[in-house]
Design a protein around this ligand. Structure first.
Ligand SMILES: CC(=O)N[C@H]1[C@@H](OP(=O)(O)OP(=O)(O)OC[C@H]2O[C@@H](n3ccc(=O)[nH]c3=O)[C@H](O)[C@@H]2O)O[C@H](CO)[C@@H](O)[C@@H]1O
Length: 386
């Protein structure tokens, strides 16, 4: 294929934000790059109707098709075994559907960013003979990507350390690209946040986020601590859609001075860049997506890992950034209201330390990851078929 004027790209991946936003960013980057070369991009995103990807693709105007798929579970207790049977029963149906979809769409390349929906599409790519580029966000390969790695044409990794978790034969097909971060996040306008949320530009702002779904643990640590924290800072708290009504009720009794400094939102979509620009410190889970963002733009953070995650991944992510001087990590022992105060209050009083953490965060970031992954996908699409 040499004189292509349209590249057809099938994308699969989703479930959580960590799998969804890298896919969206890479699609947008490829589209921009190709437009400069007078080449069109025809994209279809395959996901689940209930995953975040359905909403994100619709908002971005990307053609979206659903695939029947079951959750691939690794734990084996009696209850999980029952679920495994039910869930895996959906895989052949999803695979048949994925093969039919790829035969109809005839993509030049399939890009997978992981999540269980990626399994049938990635396997179908191999059956139909379409090159597959899979991207892994975390340091150890997730289960979906471990299944796909054998047949993938190229394996894009966020971290060089992940090379060790690949079988030797697969390492030759691996490229370290980093984890794509939405370009908009680099252009935040802090004044826009102060205006939108009626915040004071002269009082430090702490942005609290529990990830796309919110975190009950982080919500509790914040709400239990508000009277101790709000005398020192303003707090913008993203609590998750499912928790919003309860937290709103719990914080309704704040004194007027404290209420003036506290803002609660269920989920942040368009305003994230502006919020990050306005924030002096971010308190967050340590999912790979959020950390790629905080390091790419250079934000000091206090990280409260979700424990357990597979292989204690979030704990290791947070500890790595703590060692690099970019973040403080609250683990099982220190993720308490006291522990949070001990970490946050000194930082609020020490702008020089925050600046040093911001510099360390930036040196750990990979701001060109989207370009690298976009180039890999397009090169793979244009490679002549044997
Ligand atoms: C429970 C679970 O399985 N977590 C995993 C999941 O994280 P999960 O996807 O939950 O979290 P990530 O940190 O990876 O990504 C969250 C994404 O959602 C965005 N966001 C969040 C809140 C909000 O209001 N608005 C918004 O846009 C963040 O900016 C980020 O881009 O995948 C990650 C890797 O892909 C892993 O590291 C995590 O261990």
């Amino acid at each position: 294929m040499t004189s292509t004027t349209t590249i057809r790209l099938a994308v699969t991946g989703g479930g959580t934000g960590g799998h969804t936003y890298p896919a969206l960013t890479t699609i947008n980057t490829i589209r921009t790059n190709l437009a400069a070369r007078d080449t069109d991009l025809d994209v279809t995103w395959y996901g689940t109707p209930t995953g975040l990807e359905a909403r994100v693709a619709a908002e971005a105007g990307i053609c979206f098709r659903t695939i029947a798929t079951g959750k691939v579970r690794r734990s084996l207790n009696l209850k999980a075994l029952a679920t495994t049977t039910v869930d895996l029963a959906k895989v052949p149906a999803g695979l048949g559907q994925a093969v039919a979809e790829l035969r109809r769409f005839r993509p030049h390349v399939v890009m997978s960013t992981g999540g269980y929906v990626a399994v049938p599409l990635g396997l179908a790519a191999r059956i139909v003979g379409v090159p597959l580029v899979m991207h892994e966000q975390i340091t150890t390969l997730g289960l979906a990507n471990r299944i796909l790695a054998r047949g993938a044409t190229a394996i894009a990794l966020s971290h060089a350390t992940s090379l060790d978790s690949l079988p030797p034969a697969a390492r030759q097909r691996a490229v370290v690209t980093g984890n794509p971060v939405r370009p908009a996040l680099f252009d935040g306008d802090s004044a826009a946040t102060h205006r939108a949320h009626q915040l004071d530009p002269d009082t430090p702002l702490v942005y609290v986020t529990g990830g796309a779904q919110g975190s009950a643990q982080i919500n509790r640590l914040i709400t239990d601590n508000l009277p101790h924290l709000l005398p020192h800072c303003q707090i913008l708290h993203q609590c998750g859609e499912a928790h919003y009504d309860q937290i709103k009720q719990q914080t309704a009794g704040l004194t007027p001075e404290h209420a003036h400094r506290y803002r609660l939102v269920p989920y942040v979509s368009d305003g994230l860049a502006d919020i990050l620009a306005a924030s002096d410190i971010v308190i967050s889970r340590s999912g790979a997506g959020t950390l790629a963002e905080l390091t790419a733009i250079g934000k000091p953070s206090i990280l409260i890992p979700l424990i357990p995650t597979a292989g204690q991944e979030q704990l290791r992510n947070a500890q790595t950034l703590q060692t690099a001087g970019a973040a403080l990590c609250l683990d099982h022992a220190t993720a308490t209201p006291d522990g949070l105060r001990d970490a946050l209050l000194p930082l609020l009083k020490d702008p020089a330390r925050r600046q040093s953490m911001a510099r360390s965060a930036r040196s750990a970031g990979q701001p060109d990851a989207a370009q690298r992954l976009a180039d890999l996908v397009v090169t793979t699409a244009l490679r002549p078929t044997r």
